[in-house]
Design a protein around this ligand. Sequence first.
Ligand SMILES: Nc1nc2c(ncn2[C@@H]2O[C@H](COP(=O)(O)OP(=O)(O)O)[C@@H](O)[C@H]2O)c(=O)[nH]1
Ligand SMILES: [Mg+2]
Length: 391
Amino acid sequence: MNTRVADLPVSARGRSLDLPREPAAEAAPELVVVIPTYCERTNVEELVRRLRKVLTGLRWEAIFVDDDSPDGTAQAVRGIGRRDARVRCLHRLGRRGLAGACIEGMLASCAPHIAVMDADLQHDETILPRMLAYLREGSAELVVATRYGGTGSIGDWSGARASISRSATAVSRLVYRHAVSDPMSGFFMLKRALLEEAMRKLSTRGFKLLLDILATVKRPVAIKEVSYTFRARERGESKLDSVVVWDFAMLMLEKLTGGYVPMRFVAFSLVGGAGIALHMGLLALLLRLAALGFPLAQALSAGGTMVFNYSVNNVLTYRDQRRRGLAWLTGLASFMGACSLGAVANVTLATLAFEHHVPWQLAALSGVFVGAVWNYAMTSRFTWGKARAAG
Ligand SMILES: Nc1nc2c(ncn2[C@@H]2O[C@H](COP(=O)(O)OP(=O)(O)O)[C@@H](O)[C@H]2O)c(=O)[nH]1
Ligand SMILES: [Mg+2]
């Protein structure tokens, strides 16, 4: 008896029948524009309109990387994406940080040329084609949009802001050797190969991704600059506050020490050092002014110092994983728990060393060091860190 194809189960019909085809694939983009956003809902539509205009005729895509902005930036970007598939949103939850956002956006695309620019229309998008031309013709691996070279300008910045920016630019030269007039620029374009060379050594914290790339890649890099005038922000607010100075200092230290010392540990230790000074001050006050007994005064000072250390670390050292609201309180409890154990480790080790005739200063310092490492290791894991994210 003959069996007709139609009688067979679908899996046995073989290749003779035409299966539904994939829709024709679109060609991959040549350029991705990565745009970090935090509360930029009022700017994204206009930025996309301008990108469409200036990039006409090119195969491009825009990836907005949004850190869960409360103003609904991500929803606005997805709304644009529904009408124009070249526009995508990478929506990150529970994290903040400009450099990390840019790196993730860069890695979410396959385009061989990568631009990074702000969403707030302060960067002049009309120079993008000129920047791309340098990468295409092969005369550059990295193109920096500069406010300081050629006809570039910082626009109408206040005198104070301009001089802070100039000094930081000068100091930053300590960590790289390339000829770049605006290493702190947030507007640049690079070849994917250069990103891949640097990416595992880049810090995901901080604001200065270009500076980090310049400091990380030690070999000579073919760099071109295109000058532009930095525009004033018309809508939304700047997110960069005075903590940027701290981030900048940390990035500089990390690069100057060759990346071998974890910067979070350095930051944590600096905060700890300030905590010791506070502890002594509090203790003196409680002993002299409040006339408390030593054990009570010492315990209160230690408690106050822990609250201080926790709060400052939460804002500076762990800004990207900052705890707020109820999570701030539970974080404080785990921090105090971890540090109390650290204090026991500190005292035990120092006493042991002292009993073995180690000079008291050295015994005390070894106790402090072991306590600090313990506190850092425990709180980085349980108070902030990945264990919390998973739990
Ligand atoms: N994803 C993300 N973007 C950020 C963050 N902080 C700032 N941005 C974006 O980075 C760009 C530059 O920030 P901005 O506040 O304009 O800095 P300013 O120009 O130096 O005042 C803007 O597009 C911001 O929306 C952040 O924590 N995460
Ligand atoms: Mg800005």
